[in-house]
Design a protein around this ligand. Structure first.
Ligand code: ATP
Ligand code: F6P
Ligand code: MG
Length: 482
């Protein structure tokens, strides 16, 4: 077992040919002689018929699937799924679920499937909802959750449990877990939440409690590393199509019409990029990872003139975190942060809209009509779509199986299509970003035929400093696999 002060319980197992298993902690690591039980699923009328239902204890999922003949096996994660041995009896299970951070389509589906998974597969009878995020552990009453209570919640947006940003007290949370006799904690939230979950796990371990802590990563921004995709992202991209479509209809109905759509994406432009690729109505996509400029040769204004002359209308999609460096640093709100310490951005959509309008008002050769659409919360306050619903079910069940098998201090997520248990630090240590030297961004540029806004010198710099491809560095797998 290795690890630094930030990652005190990291479990690294090495094998042949450069095989590395970045394992997750287990209750048995710090509680000796824990009794185990046969997994009741093997006598379950539905699951007993499933061949090879249980996951082999040695199964692991490779982080890198593009390999060379003589390459090292590289990093692996423990495969998620039901185990033959479990560490909780049905009548012993006392679980709780909490949702934290911003909303995301699919939160209710994950809640529903954790409750139904625990009750229907493992015979649990005690599942509590924590009201209003982390602070709800010690400042609010709990909500009893049964399959009946959660039956139709997946059809609703938001979270039936409520959520919050802002600080919390780890010690008070663990006191509450201990006082209530909770022994399985399911936390659904983004990067900040998962950092909090890691602390809760550490405190639980310090106190030597038999409490399994499982995280389900959440964010519509899709900026969580290691996992293939975060839940709700597909639904958000789908909903964004409606805004883009409206902008296109407005733009093409007038002479020299311009539609500007701002989409969420604080530090990464995945939503804008995928919404653009999906729509085909977008002429220019601007994301935080790809700097752009307005004036002069190769700038946005020049491209607007070109596109309007060609097509008579155009649509621009801009991610909320794009172009922040262009907006005056002297503006006070530049320094503002939300309750969790996340930087609050200027409204780049509004800023761009004014810039374009002012520019063409001064240029008497071209008269434009611009419509600005900012769907903001509309793309995330919706129920999840069909594919996200299925994905949320798998995430929830993976979390339940992991906790039942005694794993703790882990998050769940698909790695190259296979669900795995991933140590917290791997998903919180960095944020995933669109890599503008990868093929996916090149595909977008060729689809929109927009300028890259990069000079040859900048292209060289970006290529030299960008993350290497998957063959060289498994950490960039999400980007290069696309
Ligand atoms: N660095 C951190 N360490 C411990 N806890 C944190 C940290 N950052 C945030 N949290 C806690 O996690 C909760 C949610 O954090 P935050 O508002 O940043 O949302 P998030 O989980 O990152 O989701 P989103 O994707 O919506 O930003 C807050 O209640 C906060 O107390
Ligand atoms: O206004 P709120 O709820 O703080 O959240 C807004 C942020 O949350 C996200 O939806 C997810 O992190 C971002 O895209 C967005 O910037
Ligand atoms: Mg966050």
């Amino acid at each position: 077992m290795g690890g630094s002060s930030d990652t005190p319980f990291m479990k690294i197992v090495e094998g042949d040919n450069g095989y590395v298993l970045e394992d997750v902690p287990h209750l048995a690591d710090y509680i000796p002689d824990l009794p185990t039980y046969q997994n009741q699923l093997q006598h379950h009328p539905i699951y007993s018929a499933v061949r090879q239902y249980f996951v082999d204890v040695d199964d692991s999922v490779a982080q890198t699937v593009v390999v060379h003949k003589n390459g090292k096996k590289g990093t692996h994660f423990r495969r998620a799924g039901p185990r033959q041995k479990v560490y909780f009896e049905s009548n012993e299970i006392h679980a709780c679920i909490v949702t934290c951070g911003g909303l995301c389509p699919g939160l209710n589906t994950v809640i529903r499937e954790i409750v139904c998974g625990l009750c229907h597969m493992y015979g649990a009878t005690k599942v509590l909802g924590i009201d209003g995020g982390y602070r709800g552990f010690y400042s609010k009453n709990t909500v009893p959750l049964t399959p009946k209570v959660v039956n139709v919640i997946h059809k609703r947006g938001g979270t039936i449990l409520g959520t919050s940003r802002g600080g919390h007290d780890t010690s008070k949370i663990v006191d509450s877990i201990q006082d209530r006799g909770i022994n399985q904690v399911y936390v659904i939230g983004g990067d900040g939440t998962q950092k909090g979950t890691a602390r809760i796990y550490q405190e639980i371990r310090r106190r030597g409690l038999k409490v399994a802590v499982a995280g389900v990563p959440k964010t519509i921004d899709n900026d969580i590393p290691v996992i293939d995709k975060s839940f709700g992202f597909d639904s958000a991209v789908e909903e964004a199509q409606r805004a883009i479509n409206a902008a296109h209809v407005e733009a093409e109905s007038v002479e020299n019409g311009i539609g500007v759509v701002k989409l969420m994406g604080r530090n990464s432009g995945f939503i804008a990029m995928y919404a653009t690729l999906a729509s085909r109505d977008v002429d220019c996509c601007l994301i935080p990872e790809s700097p752009f400029y307005l004036e002069g040769e190769g700038g946005l204004f020049e491209f607007i003139v070109e596109r309007l002359r060609e097509n008579g209308h155009m649509v621009i999609v801009i991610a909320e975190g794009a172009g922040q460096d262009l907006i005056s640093a002297s503006l006070q709100s530049m320094e503002k942060k939300d309750a969790s310490g996340n930087r609050l951005f200027q409204d780049v959509g509004l800023w761009l809209t004014h810039k374009i309008k002012d520019h063409f008002a001064a240029d008497h050769k071209l008269s434009i009509t611009l419509k600005y659409i900012d769907p903001t919360y509309m793309i995330r306050a919706i129920p999840s779509n069909a594919s996200d619903n299925v994905y949320c079910t798998l995430l929830a069940h993976s979390a339940v199986h992991g906790a039942m098998a005694g794993y703790t201090g882990f998050t769940v997520g698909p790695v190259n299509g296979r669900h795995a248990y991933i140590p917290f630090n791997r998903i919180t240590e960095k944020q995933n970003k669109v890599v503008i030297t990868d093929r996916m961004w090149a595909r977008l540029l060729s689809s929109t035929d927009q300028p890259s806004f990069l000079s040859p010198k900048e292209i060289k710099h970006v290529s030299e400093t960008a993350a290497p491809t998957q063959l060289l560095d498994a950490d960039s797998s999400k980007e290069v696999r696309q």
